[in-house]
Design a protein. Structure first.
Length: 423
């Protein structure tokens, strides 16, 4: 498939895209808002001539935050425009940066929409987080001489095979990238094999290791846990769960409470549109459930706290003794294992970690990651964690050591970006 054919098919699929957007708007009303931005219509006022950063959704926005703050400090004269594709990503960007950055949705990858967007923003540098590759946006940047960087890039073997099926589209697109800052050598080889210019691919590591932790965070968490009268209660978190995982988590919690009757679970669904459904599931499962968003009191009879808020995940991790990172008990590829590790929490996950293979391998090799497969193995792992505190502490310290040993990617990335900025 060539880029003109891709563009034609994209145009032909617009009715289906509109229907999908309506369906998502029915489930999550925020999708009804700012529809024009998705076609580069009705864009907010945007000062031109700065840096454009694209972070598709929540995870990428959080990962990009230290980089964006460092760019603001290094280049205070340049406006920074941050785009995303989802309402939750938009909420996160606004919460992280307020009015210090310009923000809108990234228009669909149609040639005329991409051109209209770039005419408004006219960036000196475009930075795409991880692997959000859009042929027309990249081509329109190349036409205007705008360097494009793929930052903190990752490419699983499965994704590489998918891109490889469309080599006539993928290879020219990758060849137009000015720099690909990848997380590992294995991923660098995949990009080169797909058509990226070898000299433009560099292993810088994952900036997710450079996660800043507010020193006040553990203190605030300890204070809230004391307010809950849960300082001595076994408390664990299942974070970023997907459909199909909540049932497993609640089953494991029920088994755990047969042994540890005071055990308390913080359950944090990945997507806000699932908050209400997961609350009903918790209640149907027989657990007295407090919703974090409503500030409902947590008492001795509370079995589950539903983390139905945005932007609090690190704080909720800090509250817990042990962390299960979701998206890994179902084939979603997992989520960021480093957040609980950086807080000194022992980390559990399921086996589906294809989006974080290198990070999982590092943690596994250090003895910092314990994998479970179902409710029975999850419950057993939790029981063992509290009955053998010395081994649990050792695992937590091993995870923290892995995080600290791999920091520095952010500075390497910033140095590379500085070489591409004409200012």
């Amino acid at each position: 498939m060539t880029r003109p054919l891709y563009s034609l098919l994209f145009h032909l699929c617009l009715p289906l895209i509109a229907l999908r957007l309506l369906w998502r708007a029915w489930r999550a009303p925020a999708y009804r808002q700012r529809l024009g931005e998705r076609l580069a219509l009705g864009l907010p006022p945007l000062a031109p001539g700065g840096i454009w950063v694209h972070a598709v959704s929540v995870g990428e926005s959080i990962a990009a935050a230290p980089m964006i703050r460092a760019l603001q400090a290094r280049y205070p004269q340049l406006p920074i425009t941050v785009t995303c594709m989802t309402p939750t990503g938009s909420e996160r960007i606004r919460a992280l940066f307020g009015d210090s950055v310009q923000h809108c949705y990234l228009p669909y990858d149609l040639p005329w929409a991409a051109a209209r967007f770039l005419e408004r923003v006219r960036p000196q540098l475009a930075i795409i987080m991880e692997t959000e590759l859009w042929p027309n946006h990249i081509h329109q940047c190349a036409r205007r001489g705008i360097p494009v960087v793929l930052a903190n890039a990752r490419l699983s073997a499965r994704s590489a095979r998918g891109y490889g099926r469309f080599a006539r589209l993928t290879a020219p697109m990758l060849a137009q990238l000015s720099w690909i800052a990848v997380q590992s050598e294995a991923e660098a080889e995949r990009f080169r094999a797909l058509g990226a210019r070898p000299g433009c691919v560099e292993v810088t590591g994952s900036i997710k290791f450079d996660l800043p932790i507010d020193p006040q965070l553990p203190l605030r968490a300890a204070a809230l846990r004391a307010d809950w009268q849960a300082t001595a209660r076994p408390l664990w978190i299942a974070a970023s769960t997907h459909a199909g995982e909540d049932e497993v988590v609640l089953d494991a919690h029920r088994r755990l409470r047969h042994v540890q009757p005071e055990a308390l679970l913080i359950l944090v669904p990945r997507h806000p549109e699932r908050f209400a459904g997961v609350f009903e599931l918790c209640c149907q499962s027989g657990f007295a459930t407090a919703r974090r968003s409503l500030g409902e009191p947590v008492g001795a009879s509370t079995g589950v706290v539903l983390g139905d808020t945005m932007g609090e995940l690190l704080f909720l991790y800090a509250l817990a003794d042990i962390a299960l990172v979701g998206g890994s008990l179902v084939p979603s590829g997992g989520h960021n294992l480093l957040e609980p590790a950086a807080l000194g929490k022992p980390v559990l996950s399921g086996p589906q970690l294809f989006n974080f293979l290198e990070i999982a391998a590092l943690l596994r090799a250090a003895g910092a990651l314990q994998e479970v497969t179902d409710a029975a193995s999850l419950s057993l792992a939790l029981q063992q964690a509290w009955t053998d505190p010395a081994a649990t502490h050792a695992r937590a310290q091993a995870g923290l050591a892995v995080v600290r040993a791999n920091q520095g990617a952010l500075n390497r990335l910033l140095d590379g970006l500085g070489r591409l900025l004409p200012v």
